[in-house]
Design a binder for this molecule. Structure first.
Ligand code: AMP
Ligand code: MG
Length: 314
């Protein structure tokens, strides 16, 4: 299959509307999209990524007016969260509209809905003939793509088109909040923080591991994620390490002596933005061990910790 690379949201949407799979930029990570009205294209997403079919896809809308096409029966706090955080890096899990095919939601009666704020994503989604189901545009299990070059590396020849945009501004996948229960349940952390959610709905709570193990509320969380080929070693505050040969460092502290590549970040925002592309750079350069600063468990630090701990297999 030939993969067309284009800068034009219009051309990419035409290819999408013809029933094909198209990768597109968003502010979180690059997405791999198919119109939900083209079930064959939706199936092709799972094949191209090697994604287990019981892992549901997030549906992307161009604006809040489209939410009614994919979800029904929104409660009061869901409306508040949507009003405050859409468009942006928040996915809300809602009761699904029966029009949404089961292949999108992996048979669940709920659907994850997001409205990206990236202007190129917006132009693309606005021209799509219906809402767009899209997981992250990477081979399952490895770090998400935050620039079009890594999408090309993973998926060239397997998908019809890549809409080329800027590198993702945030670099971490969206925050996911289950809005179908009595209170909002934080299923996955991201750039919309627990603290920000609680400012709008104080009852918001993080899903505990026990809950996830009994009923996987967010099926994708049970799979290994974000792991580069190199081993990940987490450095807790105040800890010092002796660098192994062919090793690398990312974080806000002074890098250990003797490492081959370092990414020094000035802020948590920069750390989040650079994390996945650094993992991929390290793999391309044959790095064996990546030392990563483990940030404190609050604000954006909670999302970075989550990705690091999963990548480290903790
Ligand atoms: P990705 O787009 O690759 O970041 O993966 C999407 C994530 O959203 C996975 O962890 C899914 O399990 C989760 N997800 C999508 N739809 C739902 C849903 N209806 N309920 C709970 N989690 C969902
Ligand atoms: Mg993913």
């Amino acid at each position: 299959m030939q993969t067309i690379i284009t800068d034009s949201p219009e051309e990419a949407a035409e290819i999408l509307n013809a029933g094909n799979v198209v990768a597109f930029p968003t502010e979180t990570v690059y997405g791999l999209g198919a119109c939900i009205c083209h079930p064959e294209a939706v199936k092709h997403i799972f094949i191209a990524k090697g994604r287990p079919s019981d892992n549901p896809l997030i549906v992307h809308v161009a604006d809040t007016g489209q939410i009614g096409d994919v979800a029904v029966g929104l409660n009061e706090y869901a409306v508040k969260l949507i009003e405050r955080f859409f468009p942006g890096p928040l996915t809300v899990v809602l009761q699904k509209n029966p029009h949404v095919p089961d292949s999108v939601t992996a048979g669940l009666d709920t659907v994850g809905v997001r409205c990206p704020s990236d202007p190129v994503a917006h132009e693309f989604l606005r021209r799509a003939c219906c809402p767009v189901a899209a997981p992250s545009a990477n081979i399952s299990g490895i770090p998400s793509s935050t620039n079009w070059e890594t999408v090309y590396k993973d998926l060239a020849g397997k998908i019809s088109c890549i809409l080329r945009g800027n590198p993702s501004k945030i670099g971490l996948e969206s925050t996911i909040v289950d809005c179908t229960g009595p209170v909002p349940l934080l299923l996955r952390t991201g750039a919309v923080t627990l603290e920000q959610l609680q400012e709008v709905v104080p009852e918001t709570i993080p899903a505990t591991h026990t809950e996830k193990n009994v009923v996987p509320k967010s099926p994708g969380l049970k799979y290994p994620h974000y792991a580069p080929a190199a081993s990940i070693v987490l450095i807790r505050h105040g800890e010092t390490v002796t660098a192994a040969p062919h090793s690398a460092y990312i974080g806000r502290e002074e890098p250990p002596k003797g490492i081959s590549i370092a990414k020094s970040c000035r802020s948590l925002e920069e750390y989040g933005k650079e994390l996945f592309s650094f993992f991929r750079q390290c793999d391309a350069e044959g790095i064996r061990v990546i030392y990563c600063e483990l940030p404190e468990n609050c604000g954006l630090g909670r999302a970075i910790r989550d990705r690091l701990q999963r990548a480290a297999g903790e």
